[in-house]
Design a protein around this ligand. Structure first.
Ligand code: PNW
Length: 478
Protein backbone atom coordinates (compact mmCIF):
# COMPACT_ATOMS: atom_id res chain seq x y z
CA UNK A 1 0.00 0.00 0.00
CA UNK A 2 1.70 3.26 -1.03
CA UNK A 3 1.80 6.06 1.52
CA UNK A 4 1.31 9.75 1.02
CA UNK A 5 4.51 11.67 0.33
CA UNK A 6 5.73 15.11 1.35
CA UNK A 7 7.80 17.34 -0.93
CA UNK A 8 10.40 19.82 0.36
CA UNK A 9 8.72 23.05 1.58
CA UNK A 10 10.41 25.26 -1.02
CA UNK A 11 9.68 22.89 -3.92
CA UNK A 12 8.58 24.96 -6.91
CA UNK A 13 5.19 23.81 -8.20
CA UNK A 14 4.85 25.27 -11.68
CA UNK A 15 3.36 25.00 -15.13
CA UNK A 16 4.83 25.69 -18.57
CA UNK A 17 3.85 27.01 -22.00
CA UNK A 18 5.65 28.42 -25.04
CA UNK A 19 5.10 31.56 -27.08
CA UNK A 20 4.00 30.20 -30.45
CA UNK A 21 1.74 27.63 -28.82
CA UNK A 22 -0.33 30.15 -26.86
CA UNK A 23 0.15 33.80 -27.82
CA UNK A 24 -1.58 34.33 -31.17
CA UNK A 25 -1.42 38.01 -32.24
CA UNK A 26 1.15 37.04 -34.81
CA UNK A 27 0.97 40.28 -36.74
CA UNK A 28 0.65 42.71 -33.84
CA UNK A 29 3.03 45.31 -32.46
CA UNK A 30 5.70 44.74 -35.07
CA UNK A 31 6.07 40.97 -34.79
CA UNK A 32 7.25 39.32 -38.00
CA UNK A 33 6.87 35.67 -39.08
CA UNK A 34 8.92 32.97 -37.44
CA UNK A 35 9.66 29.60 -39.04
CA UNK A 36 6.54 28.23 -37.32
CA UNK A 37 4.30 30.81 -39.01
CA UNK A 38 5.75 29.87 -42.38
CA UNK A 39 5.61 26.13 -41.69
CA UNK A 40 2.05 26.10 -40.34
CA UNK A 41 0.85 28.15 -43.31
CA UNK A 42 2.37 25.62 -45.71
CA UNK A 43 -0.41 23.18 -46.64
CA UNK A 44 0.07 19.63 -45.39
CA UNK A 45 2.58 20.39 -42.64
CA UNK A 46 0.24 20.61 -39.62
CA UNK A 47 -2.83 18.45 -38.91
CA UNK A 48 -5.92 20.05 -40.46
CA UNK A 49 -3.62 22.85 -41.69
CA UNK A 50 -4.02 24.60 -38.35
CA UNK A 51 -1.72 27.40 -37.22
CA UNK A 52 -0.89 29.63 -34.25
CA UNK A 53 -2.43 32.84 -35.68
CA UNK A 54 -4.84 33.02 -32.75
CA UNK A 55 -3.75 30.05 -30.64
CA UNK A 56 -5.30 30.66 -27.19
CA UNK A 57 -5.06 34.43 -27.55
CA UNK A 58 -2.80 34.69 -24.53
CA UNK A 59 -1.29 37.91 -25.90
CA UNK A 60 -4.59 39.62 -25.11
CA UNK A 61 -5.70 37.46 -22.19
CA UNK A 62 -2.49 37.26 -20.19
CA UNK A 63 -3.97 39.14 -17.21
CA UNK A 64 -6.82 36.67 -16.80
CA UNK A 65 -4.43 33.79 -17.41
CA UNK A 66 -2.12 34.94 -14.64
CA UNK A 67 -5.08 35.35 -12.26
CA UNK A 68 -6.08 31.80 -13.17
CA UNK A 69 -2.56 30.55 -12.37
CA UNK A 70 -2.73 32.25 -8.99
CA UNK A 71 -6.11 30.57 -8.39
CA UNK A 72 -4.38 27.25 -9.05
CA UNK A 73 -1.72 28.03 -6.39
CA UNK A 74 1.14 27.95 -8.91
CA UNK A 75 4.43 29.19 -7.52
CA UNK A 76 6.23 29.43 -10.86
CA UNK A 77 5.39 29.86 -14.52
CA UNK A 78 7.69 28.90 -17.37
CA UNK A 79 7.02 30.72 -20.65
CA UNK A 80 9.03 31.57 -23.74
CA UNK A 81 9.68 34.78 -25.61
CA UNK A 82 8.86 35.10 -29.28
CA UNK A 83 12.17 36.22 -30.80
CA UNK A 84 10.54 37.91 -33.81
CA UNK A 85 8.31 39.99 -31.50
CA UNK A 86 11.37 41.46 -29.87
CA UNK A 87 13.77 41.51 -32.84
CA UNK A 88 11.67 41.26 -36.00
CA UNK A 89 14.59 40.66 -38.35
CA UNK A 90 16.57 38.61 -35.86
CA UNK A 91 19.13 41.37 -35.53
CA UNK A 92 19.43 44.99 -34.50
CA UNK A 93 17.76 46.92 -31.72
CA UNK A 94 14.79 45.57 -29.78
CA UNK A 95 11.23 46.65 -30.57
CA UNK A 96 9.87 48.38 -27.51
CA UNK A 97 6.27 47.20 -27.95
CA UNK A 98 7.42 43.60 -28.10
CA UNK A 99 9.49 43.91 -24.94
CA UNK A 100 6.64 45.72 -23.21
CA UNK A 101 4.37 42.70 -23.54
CA UNK A 102 6.82 40.50 -21.67
CA UNK A 103 7.44 43.22 -19.08
CA UNK A 104 3.70 43.48 -18.41
CA UNK A 105 3.39 39.69 -18.21
CA UNK A 106 6.30 39.43 -15.77
CA UNK A 107 4.97 42.26 -13.61
CA UNK A 108 1.57 40.59 -13.48
CA UNK A 109 3.19 37.32 -12.39
CA UNK A 110 5.26 39.02 -9.71
CA UNK A 111 2.22 40.85 -8.37
CA UNK A 112 0.52 37.47 -7.95
CA UNK A 113 3.56 35.97 -6.22
CA UNK A 114 4.39 33.69 -9.17
CA UNK A 115 8.04 33.32 -10.15
CA UNK A 116 8.65 33.90 -13.86
CA UNK A 117 10.98 31.41 -15.58
CA UNK A 118 11.87 32.73 -19.00
CA UNK A 119 12.91 30.54 -21.95
CA UNK A 120 14.65 32.47 -24.72
CA UNK A 121 14.13 29.96 -27.50
CA UNK A 122 11.25 27.54 -27.89
CA UNK A 123 11.67 26.83 -31.63
CA UNK A 124 10.30 30.02 -33.24
CA UNK A 125 13.32 31.29 -35.17
CA UNK A 126 12.69 34.58 -37.00
CA UNK A 127 12.02 33.62 -40.62
CA UNK A 128 14.61 36.12 -41.78
CA UNK A 129 17.33 34.16 -39.98
CA UNK A 130 16.12 30.92 -41.53
CA UNK A 131 16.27 32.59 -44.94
CA UNK A 132 19.91 33.37 -44.16
CA UNK A 133 20.53 29.65 -43.48
CA UNK A 134 18.96 29.00 -40.07
CA UNK A 135 20.60 26.89 -37.36
CA UNK A 136 22.93 25.06 -39.77
CA UNK A 137 24.66 28.47 -40.11
CA UNK A 138 27.08 29.56 -37.39
CA UNK A 139 25.88 33.16 -37.68
CA UNK A 140 22.54 32.18 -36.07
CA UNK A 141 24.33 31.37 -32.80
CA UNK A 142 25.85 34.88 -32.71
CA UNK A 143 22.47 36.42 -33.45
CA UNK A 144 20.98 34.42 -30.58
CA UNK A 145 23.58 35.70 -28.11
CA UNK A 146 22.76 39.28 -29.12
CA UNK A 147 19.04 38.64 -28.66
CA UNK A 148 19.74 37.07 -25.24
CA UNK A 149 21.62 40.20 -24.16
CA UNK A 150 18.74 42.45 -25.27
CA UNK A 151 16.28 40.44 -23.20
CA UNK A 152 18.66 40.28 -20.25
CA UNK A 153 19.03 44.06 -20.28
CA UNK A 154 15.29 44.60 -20.54
CA UNK A 155 14.07 42.07 -17.96
CA UNK A 156 17.09 41.23 -15.81
CA UNK A 157 15.82 43.48 -13.03
CA UNK A 158 12.71 41.32 -12.57
CA UNK A 159 13.35 37.81 -13.94
CA UNK A 160 15.73 35.59 -11.98
CA UNK A 161 15.26 32.28 -13.80
CA UNK A 162 16.60 32.16 -17.33
CA UNK A 163 16.62 29.27 -19.76
CA UNK A 164 18.45 29.48 -23.07
CA UNK A 165 17.34 26.82 -25.55
CA UNK A 166 14.40 24.48 -25.03
CA UNK A 167 14.84 20.93 -26.33
CA UNK A 168 17.61 21.42 -28.87
CA UNK A 169 17.02 17.83 -30.04
CA UNK A 170 13.59 18.76 -31.45
CA UNK A 171 14.90 22.00 -32.96
CA UNK A 172 17.82 20.29 -34.70
CA UNK A 173 16.51 16.87 -35.66
CA UNK A 174 12.75 17.28 -36.06
CA UNK A 175 13.37 20.64 -37.74
CA UNK A 176 16.26 19.80 -40.09
CA UNK A 177 16.41 15.99 -40.40
CA UNK A 178 12.94 14.38 -40.26
CA UNK A 179 11.29 17.70 -41.14
CA UNK A 180 8.13 17.13 -39.07
CA UNK A 181 8.79 20.46 -37.33
CA UNK A 182 9.67 23.87 -38.77
CA UNK A 183 11.51 24.68 -40.92
CA UNK A 184 10.75 21.22 -42.33
CA UNK A 185 14.11 20.51 -43.90
CA UNK A 186 15.26 16.92 -44.46
CA UNK A 187 19.04 17.18 -44.52
CA UNK A 188 20.74 14.96 -41.90
CA UNK A 189 24.15 16.60 -42.33
CA UNK A 190 22.62 20.05 -41.86
CA UNK A 191 20.84 18.82 -38.72
CA UNK A 192 24.17 17.93 -37.10
CA UNK A 193 25.47 21.42 -37.89
CA UNK A 194 22.24 22.77 -36.38
CA UNK A 195 22.84 20.75 -33.20
CA UNK A 196 26.34 22.20 -32.82
CA UNK A 197 25.16 25.74 -33.42
CA UNK A 198 22.37 25.32 -30.86
CA UNK A 199 25.02 24.25 -28.33
CA UNK A 200 27.13 27.23 -29.29
CA UNK A 201 24.06 29.48 -29.07
CA UNK A 202 23.42 28.25 -25.53
CA UNK A 203 27.03 28.92 -24.52
CA UNK A 204 27.33 32.34 -26.17
CA UNK A 205 23.95 33.41 -24.78
CA UNK A 206 24.95 32.27 -21.31
CA UNK A 207 28.12 34.39 -21.48
CA UNK A 208 26.17 37.35 -22.84
CA UNK A 209 23.57 37.06 -20.08
CA UNK A 210 26.29 36.96 -17.40
CA UNK A 211 27.39 40.35 -18.63
CA UNK A 212 24.00 41.96 -18.12
CA UNK A 213 22.15 39.99 -15.42
CA UNK A 214 22.52 40.60 -11.69
CA UNK A 215 24.53 37.96 -9.84
CA UNK A 216 21.43 36.40 -8.27
CA UNK A 217 20.09 35.26 -11.66
CA UNK A 218 20.16 31.53 -12.39
CA UNK A 219 20.82 30.31 -15.94
CA UNK A 220 19.75 26.90 -17.18
CA UNK A 221 19.47 24.82 -20.29
CA UNK A 222 16.40 22.67 -20.94
CA UNK A 223 17.18 19.36 -22.59
CA UNK A 224 14.69 16.82 -23.79
CA UNK A 225 17.19 14.30 -22.62
CA UNK A 226 15.66 11.05 -23.59
CA UNK A 227 15.70 7.73 -21.82
CA UNK A 228 16.94 5.19 -24.33
CA UNK A 229 16.40 1.54 -23.56
CA UNK A 230 17.71 -1.51 -25.42
CA UNK A 231 15.19 -4.17 -26.40
CA UNK A 232 17.43 -7.04 -25.22
CA UNK A 233 20.84 -7.36 -23.59
CA UNK A 234 22.29 -8.57 -26.88
CA UNK A 235 25.51 -6.54 -27.50
CA UNK A 236 24.16 -5.42 -30.90
CA UNK A 237 21.13 -3.88 -29.15
CA UNK A 238 23.36 -2.29 -26.53
CA UNK A 239 25.33 -0.71 -29.37
CA UNK A 240 22.11 0.61 -30.94
CA UNK A 241 21.23 2.07 -27.55
CA UNK A 242 24.63 3.78 -27.29
CA UNK A 243 24.34 5.27 -30.78
CA UNK A 244 20.87 6.67 -30.16
CA UNK A 245 21.87 7.91 -26.70
CA UNK A 246 24.67 9.92 -28.35
CA UNK A 247 22.22 11.49 -30.80
CA UNK A 248 19.52 12.14 -28.20
CA UNK A 249 21.68 13.25 -25.28
CA UNK A 250 25.44 13.17 -25.68
CA UNK A 251 25.45 15.49 -28.69
CA UNK A 252 24.03 18.17 -26.36
CA UNK A 253 25.11 17.37 -22.80
CA UNK A 254 28.60 16.44 -24.03
CA UNK A 255 29.72 19.93 -25.10
CA UNK A 256 27.42 21.87 -22.80
CA UNK A 257 27.82 19.98 -19.51
CA UNK A 258 31.08 18.07 -20.02
CA UNK A 259 33.10 20.12 -22.48
CA UNK A 260 33.43 17.52 -25.27
CA UNK A 261 31.41 15.61 -27.83
CA UNK A 262 31.31 11.84 -27.25
CA UNK A 263 34.14 10.45 -29.42
CA UNK A 264 31.96 7.67 -30.84
CA UNK A 265 29.51 10.26 -32.21
CA UNK A 266 32.16 11.29 -34.73
CA UNK A 267 32.69 7.73 -35.97
CA UNK A 268 28.94 6.94 -35.99
CA UNK A 269 28.23 9.94 -38.23
CA UNK A 270 31.42 9.87 -40.32
CA UNK A 271 29.45 9.07 -43.46
CA UNK A 272 27.50 12.34 -43.11
CA UNK A 273 29.98 14.95 -41.93
CA UNK A 274 33.57 15.47 -40.80
CA UNK A 275 32.44 17.90 -38.06
CA UNK A 276 34.80 20.58 -39.40
CA UNK A 277 32.14 23.14 -38.39
CA UNK A 278 33.35 22.69 -34.79
CA UNK A 279 35.94 25.47 -34.61
CA UNK A 280 38.82 26.00 -32.18
CA UNK A 281 37.46 27.34 -28.93
CA UNK A 282 33.88 26.23 -29.59
CA UNK A 283 33.86 23.54 -26.91
CA UNK A 284 34.99 26.02 -24.28
CA UNK A 285 32.35 28.46 -25.53
CA UNK A 286 29.62 25.81 -25.22
CA UNK A 287 30.78 24.64 -21.79
CA UNK A 288 29.70 27.60 -19.69
CA UNK A 289 29.02 27.38 -15.98
CA UNK A 290 25.29 27.17 -15.34
CA UNK A 291 23.32 26.92 -12.10
CA UNK A 292 20.52 24.65 -13.19
CA UNK A 293 19.50 21.99 -15.66
CA UNK A 294 15.95 21.55 -16.91
CA UNK A 295 14.80 18.07 -17.91
CA UNK A 296 11.73 17.49 -20.06
CA UNK A 297 10.31 13.99 -20.01
CA UNK A 298 7.26 12.27 -21.50
CA UNK A 299 8.12 8.70 -22.54
CA UNK A 300 11.09 6.36 -23.03
CA UNK A 301 12.62 5.30 -26.36
CA UNK A 302 13.10 1.58 -27.05
CA UNK A 303 15.65 0.46 -29.64
CA UNK A 304 17.30 -2.60 -31.12
CA UNK A 305 19.85 -3.28 -33.85
CA UNK A 306 18.11 -3.85 -37.17
CA UNK A 307 19.96 -7.17 -37.59
CA UNK A 308 18.50 -8.55 -34.35
CA UNK A 309 15.02 -7.07 -34.69
CA UNK A 310 12.09 -9.36 -33.93
CA UNK A 311 8.67 -8.52 -35.34
CA UNK A 312 6.65 -6.10 -33.23
CA UNK A 313 5.07 -2.65 -33.25
CA UNK A 314 7.34 0.11 -34.47
CA UNK A 315 7.30 3.42 -32.61
CA UNK A 316 5.93 6.57 -34.19
CA UNK A 317 6.80 8.70 -31.14
CA UNK A 318 8.75 11.21 -33.14
CA UNK A 319 6.18 11.79 -35.85
CA UNK A 320 5.74 10.12 -39.18
CA UNK A 321 8.21 11.03 -41.91
CA UNK A 322 10.12 8.97 -44.44
CA UNK A 323 13.19 10.82 -43.15
CA UNK A 324 14.69 9.84 -39.81
CA UNK A 325 15.34 12.29 -36.96
CA UNK A 326 18.37 10.13 -36.03
CA UNK A 327 21.20 10.97 -38.47
CA UNK A 328 23.61 8.08 -38.92
CA UNK A 329 21.41 5.57 -37.10
CA UNK A 330 19.72 3.97 -40.09
CA UNK A 331 20.60 0.51 -38.78
CA UNK A 332 18.56 1.00 -35.60
CA UNK A 333 14.91 -0.05 -35.16
CA UNK A 334 12.64 1.99 -32.87
CA UNK A 335 10.01 -0.03 -31.03
CA UNK A 336 6.80 0.92 -29.32
CA UNK A 337 7.61 0.58 -25.60
CA UNK A 338 5.25 -1.69 -23.64
CA UNK A 339 2.40 -0.34 -21.57
CA UNK A 340 -0.56 1.97 -21.80
CA UNK A 341 -0.29 5.08 -23.96
CA UNK A 342 -1.47 8.65 -23.80
CA UNK A 343 -3.36 10.20 -26.70
CA UNK A 344 0.00 10.94 -28.37
CA UNK A 345 0.66 7.19 -28.54
CA UNK A 346 3.46 7.75 -26.01
CA UNK A 347 3.90 4.85 -23.55
CA UNK A 348 3.50 5.80 -19.89
CA UNK A 349 6.58 4.93 -17.83
CA UNK A 350 7.33 7.05 -14.75
CA UNK A 351 10.47 5.01 -14.01
CA UNK A 352 11.99 6.73 -17.05
CA UNK A 353 11.75 10.08 -15.27
CA UNK A 354 13.48 8.60 -12.22
CA UNK A 355 16.25 7.18 -14.44
CA UNK A 356 16.69 10.50 -16.25
CA UNK A 357 16.95 12.54 -13.05
CA UNK A 358 19.37 10.15 -11.37
CA UNK A 359 21.57 10.02 -14.50
CA UNK A 360 21.99 13.79 -14.62
CA UNK A 361 22.23 14.09 -10.87
CA UNK A 362 25.25 11.75 -11.00
CA UNK A 363 26.74 13.48 -14.04
CA UNK A 364 26.51 16.96 -12.51
CA UNK A 365 25.79 16.74 -8.77
CA UNK A 366 26.51 20.48 -8.51
CA UNK A 367 23.48 21.51 -10.61
CA UNK A 368 19.98 22.23 -9.38
CA UNK A 369 17.59 20.08 -11.37
CA UNK A 370 14.12 21.05 -12.53
CA UNK A 371 11.60 18.97 -14.38
CA UNK A 372 10.82 21.70 -16.91
CA UNK A 373 8.14 19.70 -18.74
CA UNK A 374 6.09 16.60 -17.98
CA UNK A 375 2.47 15.88 -18.78
CA UNK A 376 0.07 14.03 -21.02
CA UNK A 377 -2.42 14.56 -23.84
CA UNK A 378 -5.89 13.07 -23.47
CA UNK A 379 -9.12 13.38 -25.38
CA UNK A 380 -10.78 15.67 -22.84
CA UNK A 381 -14.44 16.64 -23.04
CA UNK A 382 -16.25 19.53 -21.45
CA UNK A 383 -19.23 17.90 -19.67
CA UNK A 384 -22.67 19.47 -19.60
CA UNK A 385 -22.13 20.25 -15.91
CA UNK A 386 -19.20 22.42 -16.96
CA UNK A 387 -16.52 20.07 -15.61
CA UNK A 388 -13.70 18.24 -17.33
CA UNK A 389 -12.93 14.88 -15.77
CA UNK A 390 -9.48 13.62 -16.65
CA UNK A 391 -8.59 10.82 -14.21
CA UNK A 392 -5.97 9.49 -16.66
CA UNK A 393 -4.03 12.75 -16.49
CA UNK A 394 -4.22 12.75 -12.70
CA UNK A 395 -2.84 9.21 -12.70
CA UNK A 396 -0.06 10.25 -15.10
CA UNK A 397 0.95 13.23 -12.96
CA UNK A 398 0.69 11.21 -9.77
CA UNK A 399 2.97 8.48 -11.11
CA UNK A 400 5.58 10.93 -12.39
CA UNK A 401 5.54 13.06 -9.24
CA UNK A 402 6.12 9.89 -7.22
CA UNK A 403 9.14 9.22 -9.42
CA UNK A 404 10.43 12.75 -8.74
CA UNK A 405 9.94 12.24 -5.01
CA UNK A 406 11.83 8.94 -5.13
CA UNK A 407 14.71 10.62 -6.97
CA UNK A 408 14.85 13.35 -4.30
CA UNK A 409 14.75 10.73 -1.54
CA UNK A 410 17.71 9.05 -3.26
CA UNK A 411 19.72 12.28 -3.17
CA UNK A 412 18.92 14.16 -6.40
CA UNK A 413 18.69 17.93 -6.01
CA UNK A 414 15.33 18.42 -7.77
CA UNK A 415 14.03 21.90 -6.94
CA UNK A 416 10.82 22.08 -8.93
CA UNK A 417 8.39 20.67 -11.46
CA UNK A 418 6.63 22.45 -14.32
CA UNK A 419 3.57 20.67 -15.60
CA UNK A 420 3.21 20.69 -19.40
CA UNK A 421 1.02 22.47 -20.04
CA UNK A 422 -0.83 25.17 -18.16
CA UNK A 423 -3.60 25.07 -20.76
CA UNK A 424 -4.53 23.34 -24.01
CA UNK A 425 -2.68 24.88 -26.94
CA UNK A 426 -1.21 24.51 -30.42
CA UNK A 427 0.55 21.15 -30.27
CA UNK A 428 2.96 21.75 -33.17
CA UNK A 429 2.47 19.32 -36.08
CA UNK A 430 -0.66 17.97 -34.34
CA UNK A 431 -2.36 21.35 -34.33
CA UNK A 432 -5.12 21.65 -31.74
CA UNK A 433 -6.03 17.96 -31.88
CA UNK A 434 -3.92 17.06 -28.84
CA UNK A 435 -4.82 18.58 -25.48
CA UNK A 436 -1.94 18.74 -22.97
CA UNK A 437 -3.51 21.37 -20.72
CA UNK A 438 -4.35 21.18 -17.03
CA UNK A 439 -6.84 23.85 -18.05
CA UNK A 440 -9.31 23.10 -20.84
CA UNK A 441 -9.68 25.69 -23.61
CA UNK A 442 -12.86 25.88 -25.65
CA UNK A 443 -11.26 27.23 -28.81
CA UNK A 444 -14.25 28.95 -30.43
CA UNK A 445 -14.95 31.03 -27.30
CA UNK A 446 -11.47 30.91 -25.70
CA UNK A 447 -13.15 30.00 -22.41
CA UNK A 448 -10.77 28.45 -19.88
CA UNK A 449 -12.02 25.67 -17.56
CA UNK A 450 -9.65 24.04 -15.08
CA UNK A 451 -9.81 20.27 -15.55
CA UNK A 452 -10.03 17.97 -12.52
CA UNK A 453 -6.26 17.50 -12.91
CA UNK A 454 -5.67 21.24 -12.51
CA UNK A 455 -7.65 21.25 -9.26
CA UNK A 456 -5.82 18.13 -8.09
CA UNK A 457 -2.47 19.73 -8.93
CA UNK A 458 -3.46 22.94 -7.15
CA UNK A 459 -3.87 20.90 -3.97
CA UNK A 460 -0.36 19.45 -4.39
CA UNK A 461 0.97 22.99 -4.80
CA UNK A 462 -0.94 24.20 -1.74
CA UNK A 463 -0.03 21.34 0.60
CA UNK A 464 3.22 19.94 -0.83
CA UNK A 465 1.65 16.52 -0.27
CA UNK A 466 1.19 13.75 -2.77
CA UNK A 467 -1.61 11.40 -1.72
CA UNK A 468 -1.16 7.65 -1.76
CA UNK A 469 -3.62 7.15 -4.62
CA UNK A 470 -4.29 9.30 -7.70
CA UNK A 471 -7.87 10.18 -6.86
CA UNK A 472 -9.71 13.47 -6.91
CA UNK A 473 -13.17 13.76 -5.48
CA UNK A 474 -13.35 17.50 -4.98
CA UNK A 475 -14.64 19.91 -7.51
CA UNK A 476 -13.09 23.17 -6.37
CA UNK A 477 -9.85 24.27 -4.84
CA UNK A 478 -10.23 25.19 -1.21
C1 PNW B 1 7.81 19.13 -26.25
N1 PNW B 1 9.27 13.99 -29.77
O1 PNW B 1 7.74 18.76 -27.57
C2 PNW B 1 7.80 20.63 -26.31
O2 PNW B 1 8.79 21.27 -25.54
C3 PNW B 1 6.45 21.23 -26.11
O3 PNW B 1 6.39 22.47 -26.76
C4 PNW B 1 5.39 20.26 -26.58
O4 PNW B 1 4.12 20.81 -26.60
C5 PNW B 1 5.46 19.06 -25.65
O5 PNW B 1 6.77 18.52 -25.59
C6 PNW B 1 4.50 17.94 -26.00
O6 PNW B 1 4.79 17.40 -27.25
C7 PNW B 1 8.12 17.54 -28.05
O7 PNW B 1 8.90 13.72 -30.93
C8 PNW B 1 7.70 17.23 -29.33
O8 PNW B 1 10.00 13.23 -29.10
C9 PNW B 1 8.08 16.05 -29.90
C10 PNW B 1 8.88 15.18 -29.19
C11 PNW B 1 9.31 15.48 -27.90
C12 PNW B 1 8.91 16.68 -27.34
Amino acid sequence: MPESLTFPPDFLWGAATSAYQIEGAVREDGRTPSIWDTFSHTPGKVAFDENGDTAVDHYHRYRDDVAMMAGLNLRAYRFSVSWSRVQPTGRGPAVQRGLDFYRRLVDELLEHGIEPALTLYHWDLPQELEDAGGWPERETAYRFAEYAALLGEALGDRVERWMTVNEPWCAAFLGYSSGVHAPGRTDPAASLRAAHHLNLAHGLATSALRGVLPARAAIALSLNSQVIRALTDDPADADAQRRVDNLANGVFHGPVLQGAYPASLFTDTAGLTDWSFVKDGDLAACHQPVEALGLNYYTPVLVSAKSSTPAGPIATNHGVSEHSPWPGADDVTFHQPPGECTEMGWAIDPSGLYDLITRYSRMRPDLQLYVTENGAAYDDKLETDGQVNDPERIAYLHGHLRAVHRAIADGADVRGYYLWSLMDNFEWAHGYSKRFGAVYVDYPTQTRTPKASALWYAERARTGELPAEPVWEGSTVR
